[in-house]
Write a protein that binds this ligand. Structure first.
Ligand code: ZN
Length: 240
């Protein structure tokens, strides 16, 4: 289990997930999904089926939690999509989502949605937050999502530095530890509508960030067919 495909914030966007899977030219041993598997997009059940078929290790995201909690949700486009998701998911799917843990630990890695300190809601965007999070897991790699932005932090010799998402493989430095956000598969927010992901090889010691185009208009049409707010489609087109 040394080569990992890192996914986050798929948000029920099936063509985006499938584009990522089709673009991989390397074998991966394990798929990690850092939460918000559903919410926003029009294919919640299909995305959960696909992640199941991949044997993906998933954690609970705030959208997953909200769409199963049963409490009433603000009626903005996101809230409308959450209510719709709750209504279309079969009961067994909702209970499977509800049983997802907020954190999973594996060989050399730990997986959460927001941050190690606040797994559901905290945005991990700055060095102080990264510093607090490095103290809360043991392995070489912490994986998270929630911000919908690719990047990460490196801890080496007691110093934390940010890691920019480059297309070329980034060597993992001996003795260094990493926090990695693979970016959002299904709802990027950095102005680039392409699906984001990352691949890391813990044995050979490299990490690569990826972006891949997908059929955004297919997602826009499916949102319209589902009667979901057009604003959600506009955000996909703009990557915002
Ligand atoms: Zn999200």
């Amino acid at each position: 289990m040394t080569r990992l495909l890192l996914l986050a914030d798929v948000h029920a966007n099936l063509p985006a997930l499938d584009a990522v899977l089709a673009s991989l030219d390397e074998r991966v041993d394990l798929v990690l999904s850092a939460g918000d598997q559903v919410g926003l997009g029009p294919w919640p059940e299909e995305v959960l089926d696909r992640l199941d078929a991949l044997g993906a290790t998933c954690v609970l995201g705030n959208h997953d939690a909200e769409c199963i909690s049963g409490r009433s949700i603000v009626q903005n486009p996101q809230g409308i999509a959450l209510t719709w998701t709750r209504e279309v998911l079969p009961p067994e799917r909702r209970s499977a989502l509800a049983s997802l843990p907020e954190r999973q630990d594996g060989e050399g890695w730990t997986l959460v949605h927001g941050s190690l300190r606040g797994p559901l809601w905290e945005f991990l965007l700055d060095r102080p937050t990264a510093g607090a999070c490095f103290d809360l897991f043991e392995g070489r790699l912490g994986v998270h999502g929630h911000t919908h932005l690719q990047g990460g932090f490196i801890l080496k010799d007691g110093a934390i530095s940010p890691m920019e998402p480059r297309k070329e493989p980034i060597p993992l430095l001996p003795g260094a530890r990493y926090l990695v956000n693979p970016g959002s598969v299904g709802a990027p927010r950095d102005g680039d509508p392409r699906a984001g992901y990352a691949v890391v090889d813990l044995e050979r010691g490299w990490l690569r960030f990826g972006r891949v185009p997908y059929a955004v208009e297919e997602a826009v049409r499916a949102l319209r067919r589902a009667g979901l707010p057009p604003a959600l489609g506009e955000r996909l087109r703009e990557g915002r």
